[in-house]
Design a protein around this ligand. Structure first.
Ligand code: MG
Length: 449
């Protein structure tokens, strides 16, 4: 709790410091700004796809306005300052100026969050260099709308709402003590709005160099109304009433005027700042849609054309392919390739032969089962003929060996081999040695010993 307490930033000191100084609002815009007395400003404008109005008011209790807004289409922001006289308004002014300077070129919420983080560094530096005061800080909620995309980034309890099809949806989650109590189920949203600690925020610009912004991107469409506000509106006016006013106000200017008036009617206890942006469609978005549709159709047709060309090329390849394979027990010629596509065979039997697969060597049999690719039907026929010729030649050779074997057997039967003393046989019968010769050999052997 002590860590939380040290990080909490409170705006309860606002009314201790009074000033007649006009609010510091975003620089860098060309639209006329109408100042309606100290602490009040309004501004409006229009582009091809957006119409907006912004209004800030000091309220009925406080003497100076510490809120700032940025209306630099397509980037819009609200910042609620804190820190007392010559501090809160400086912090919020630094924040919106830095966000304007670092605003992304497209609806990139990561870069929009980075812009808020740059604003945090700028506020901290401003306190150090004496632009403001030590301890000053602020909230920051920003949007960047690009056609049908809206990037959102925020820190603190200034809110972003979206009115879509007549229903108001809060897009941001407050970084506040009471929001944590609501999340924990300890109080309701209505109780949070009047809670004594409703001004205590848990994340803000100006204190922590490592502070980070929440950010995300959502889709928007023509007819949507985006609303940014400080807690001077959301703490004084219920969401249901905000919705009713947003729905019933014809223009952004009417919406901001009516919303600020409602906050003042409820007591105006805080500075009130409201920015309303309408997503409009005067043909530009339709042009973009047609451009993207045309590009999509072109790419789709290109892909279909490439696929069709590949299919035709594959079919031509199949139609001009031949291979020698197996059909049952015999060798056959096939037209196509030995494969299937989506369950369809890419080959057809063209011709069978009398060559038996079993008469071929084992390795050849396996190659035939895989399919032996040849360049043409004639080449396939020649290949089978070579198998046939080889088998016939092998048969003749085998027959010759068999005949020779048979002939040799018959000769042996007529003139059987004579076993030698060690069991081997001789090529033919030897003449029996004369008894005298045998006796002589025996004599020599003995004499040799
Ligand atoms: Mg406030």
């Amino acid at each position: 709790m002590s860590k939380l307490a040290s990080s909490l930033l409170s705006r309860v000191s606002h009314d201790l410091h009074e000033s007649k100084q006009a609010p510091v609002n975003s620089p860098g815009h060309d639209d006329p700004v109408v100042t309606e007395g100290a602490g009040a400003q309004t501004k409006s404008g229009k582009t091809a796809t957006l119409a907006w109005a912004a209004r800030t008011d000091v309220g009925l209790v406080r003497s100076h306005n510490e809120d700032s807004f940025l209306a630099q289409a397509p980037t819009f922001a609200v910042s609620d300052g804190m820190g007392g006289h010559a501090a809160g308004e400086v912090a919020s002014a630094i924040a919106v100026a830095t966000i304007a300077e670092h605003a992304p070129a497209h609806a990139d919420d990561l870069l929009l969050g980075a812009a808020i983080e740059s604003a945090n560094s700028a506020v901290i530096e401003g306190a150090i260099t004496g632009k403001g005061k030590t301890g000053m800080g602020c909230t920051a909620s920003a949007v960047h709308i690009e056609l049908n995309k809206m990037a959102v980034a925020h820190v603190g309890d200034s809110r972003v709402y979206l009115l879509h099809n007549g229903a108001l949806v809060r897009l941001t989650h407050d970084h506040s003590y009471v929001e944590e109590l609501v999340d924990a189920g300890e109080i309701t949203a209505d109780e949070a709005r009047v809670h004594p600690s409703r001004s205590v925020i848990t994340r803000a610009l100006g204190s922590d160099p490592d502070m980070y912004a929440d950010h995300f991107t959502i889709d928007v469409s023509a007819g949507d109304r985006v609303l940014l506000c400080s807690d001077g509106l959301s703490s004084m006016v219920e969401d249901s009433q905000i919705e009713a006013i947003a729905v019933s106000s014809a223009t952004p200017q009417a919406a901001v005027d009516n919303l600020v008036a409602a906050a003042l009617q409820e007591g105006g206890h805080d500075n009130v700042t409201v920015v309303v942006v309408d997503v409009v469609d005067d043909g530009v978005m339709d042009l973009h849609r047609r451009y993207y549709l045309k590009r999509f159709v072109t790419v789709a047709l290109l892909i279909v054309g490439i696929v069709a060309a590949l299919f035709v090329a594959a079919m031509l390849f199949v139609r001009n392919s031949w291979y020698v394979g197996v059909n049952g027990d015999t060798v056959a010629i096939y037209h196509g390739v030995n494969a299937s596509l989506f369950g369809q065979d890419l080959y057809a039997l063209s011709e069978t032969s009398a060559v038996q697969v079993k008469d071929l060597p084992d390795a050849m049999q396996q190659s035939l089962r895989d399919g032996i690719v040849v360049g043409s039907e004639a080449e396939a026929q020649a290949t089978i003929k070579s198998y046939h010729d080889q088998i016939e030649a092998d048969k003749v050779h085998a027959q010759q060996i068999a005949d020779k074997s048979t002939s040799g057997t018959q000769t042996s039967q007529e003139n059987p081999a004579v076993p030698k003393a060690d069991g081997e046989t001789t090529e033919g019968p030897e003449e029996e040695a004369a008894p005298g010769e045998a006796a002589e050999e025996e004599f020599v052997d003995e004499g040799g010993e």
